[in-house]
Ligand binder design. Structure first.
Ligand SMILES: [Zn+2]
Ligand SMILES: [Zn+2]
Length: 150
């Protein structure tokens, strides 16, 4: 077993425990889909995930993957990166919606930041405009450290 396979197994185990604590169940299908998201080298779209799922579940259909992804989103195990329409694992575990994504336009890697001062500043600005924000998700495009160096 490679180091990364073991890490993914540990993440799946942790996700399974988190689900039972919140009285939901990480079924075998949901666990498989979460495993695909964790194994991916970069965020994948639902259809890319469906293609990978079909390698082990030939009968998998779009609703199969969408239902599993909805469950994983609801339980904060994964994130949807809106501008890519793609899914990535949540690196931080359970947290609220104050997240920033750093999207590399060169290699497609996405890193997750959770800088509260950024989201609080935006919330204050929105409130000053009479707007009541319910969540702040920011997607920043650019070059990751590795690509910027190359
Ligand atoms: Zn996260
Ligand atoms: Zn990059």
């Amino acid at each position: 077993m490679t180091g990364s396979t073991r890490k993914i197994d540990e993440q799946l185990e942790a996700a399974s425990h988190a689900c039972s604590r919140s009285n939901t169940q990480l079924t075998e299908l949901r666990r498989t889909v979460l495993g695909l998201v964790l194994q991916a080298e970069r965020p994948l779209t639902a259809y890319q995930l469906l293609d990978r799922l079909k390698e082990t579940r030939r009968g998998a259909m779009p609703p199969t993957i969408y239902r599993a992804l909805d469950f994983l989103l609801d339980n904060k195990l994964i994130h949807r990166v809106e501008s890519l329409n793609a899914f990535m694992p949540c690196e931080a575990g359970h947290h609220d919606c104050a997240v920033q994504f750093l999207i590399c336009t060169e290699c497609g890697q996405v890193a997750e930041l959770e800088d509260r001062s950024v989201s609080q500043a935006l919330d204050r600005a929105a409130q000053a405009a009479g707007f009541r924000p319910s969540g702040t998700i920011i997607e920043i495009e650019g070059l990751c450290a590795a690509c910027a160096e190359a």
